[in-house]
Write a protein that binds this ligand. Structure first.
Ligand code: COA
Length: 432
């Protein structure tokens, strides 16, 4: 028996025992999105009475986030790097905080200001050499694990062994909890007619041989529906989901023309179903890397022909893009939107797309004369380029404010074009 196996056995414990090593006042960094180690977060919440003021830090919230419950406000405080359904209320009600940070800077945040006393990890079983893979969430998790004082790992036979810069050795772990439970899954979204039309318009900007960055949700998945006739597409994306697997199997995505990491899809985290997790398991076609590499705008810019597709909440007539808040209400986080917009803009033949339905729920125009009071600009008017709705494509870079406003009004929902035209005339002293 190799040494690491004895070490592994010595470190085995139950989730309940492991979370007792968290102390009041500690900062706990947690693997996020579909990689959340639910066994550990549930055990930590069950042990709440033992803690005071434990700070919980993570990015995308997909689990229950029990530590955000009002009755546990003295035990836990959430510091969110990207809000989700289970964490928004705590931040809105002042029981938690939001830290605005570019995704590629999160590893640096953990290395400096937010030093983690404890890291809660979710890993694949060790290989013959004692290395466990970070699986579906390598992004900030690997860098965070490297600097934490204590590393508690849930080892799960269902966590795919993803390849790339995605491993940690058993000797670096402090406490090991075994449990073959299902990973969190994100079912492919239902795609509406509006999203289909947006997808088609986005696909019109994509050429054979392009490398894609796709966000999460119905719009990116709708774009993939219209790429079936394309050839030699590549992936360099902070994340991807099941839609990519379909295009790999159809031979559309083969990464054959990438000038960086040729032949490989590169990502930092994954969100999808078992189909995706089985595809990436032990698959050398997929390279999972920390996010301070994948999302570094300089690394992104080295990829020629990179098309970045992201979504947003509001765009004003200058092209200022709001993506993370509705007025003062924080709804998400910047994620990698600005990382990719800047990287694609810097690269050769890069194209950046902001894709959104022309309205929210059919009643509120997303193209507006002024962004809502309290809202924060996510992508500036200097960085924005293509804005896409179901009504068409507005290309904004190198255009005057007057031209931008005209082009944006042309892709607004028809019900709102007249009132936008009135604003146009007030501002530019010219008939629309
Ligand atoms: N006015 C008022 N409310 C609006 C609105 C608008 N213009 N646009 C959206 N909303 C509301 C919706 O009604 C919804 O409210 P609810 O949760 O109470 O129902 C909420 O905002 C979310 O809108 P929705 O359209 O469902 O969002 P989505 O799931 O399609 O996500 C973003 C859209 C912009 C929030 C998301 O893409 C995001 O967070 N982007 C920034 C991060 C990013 O791009 N990362 C890179 C890729 S991962």
């Amino acid at each position: 028996m190799k040494n690491w196996m004895d070490d592994y056995k010595r470190k085995l414990c139950t989730a309940e025992e492991a979370v007792r090593h968290i102390k009041s006042g500690d900062r706990v960094g947690v693997t996020h999105a579909t990689g959340e180690p639910v066994l550990l977060t549930d055990a930590m919440v069950a042990n709440a009475d033992a803690y005071r003021d434990v700070e919980i830090v993570h990015m995308v919230a997909m689990g229950k986030a029990g530590y955000c419950r009002p009755e546990l406000a003295k035990n836990f405080r959430h510091n969110s790097l990207f809000l989700g359904g289970s964490t928004r209320k705590a931040i809105e009600e002042g029981r938690g905080d939001f830290t605005p940070v570019y995704f590629h800077k999160i590893p640096d945040l953990f290395r400096t200001t937010l030093h983690p006393n404890v890291a809660l990890l979710h890993l694949s079983p060790p290989d013959d050499h004692g290395y466990c893979s970070f699986g579906v969430s390598v992004d900030y998790t690997k860098p965070m694990a490297e600097v934490a004082d204590i590393r508690i790992a849930h080892i799960n036979g269902n966590m795919p062994r993803t390849l790339g810069d995605s491993f940690i050795h058993v000797s670096r772990l402090d406490y090991i909890v075994e449990g073959d439970v299902p990973l969190i899954e994100l079912a492919p979204p239902k795609i509406s007619d509006v999203e289909q039309a947006i997808g088609k318009n986005c696909a019109s900007l994509i050429e054979d041989g392009d490398t894609l960055q796709l966000g999460i949700g119905a719009i990116p998945d709708a774009v993939l529906l219209f790429l079936k006739e394309k050839k030699a597409l590549g992936i360099h994306s902070e994340m991807f989901s099941d839609g990519v697997v379909e295009l790999v199997e159809a031979g559309v995505i083969d990464n054959s023309r990438k000038n960086v990491h040729r032949g490989k899809s590169v990502a930092a985290f994954l969100m999808g179903t078992r189909r995706l997790y089985d595809y990436v398991h032990n698959n050398p076609e997929v390279q999972m890397m920390p996010v301070d590499y994948v999302n570094d705008p300089v690394v992104i810019a080295r990829n020629d022909n990179l098309v970045s597709i992201n979504s947003c909440v509001q765009v004003d007539l200058f092209g200022q893009v709001v993506s993370t808040s509705v007025g003062l209400r924080q709804i998400s986080g910047v994620g990698g939107q600005v990382d990719f917009v800047r990287g694609a803009n810097m690269g050769r033949n890069g194209r950046t797309i902001m894709a959104m339905p022309a309205t929210s729920k059919g009643t509120i125009s997303k193209i507006v004369p002024f962004i809502d009071e309290g809202a924060a600009v996510t992508t500036s008017r200097y960085d924005v380029n293509y804005v896409v709705t179901e009504y068409g494509v507005a290309q904004l870079q190198r255009k005057t404010l007057r031209q931008r406003a005209r082009d944006l009004i042309a892709i607004a929902h028809p019900d709102f074009r007249d009132e936008l035209a009135v604003e146009f005339e007030k501002r530019f002293h010219e008939a629309f």
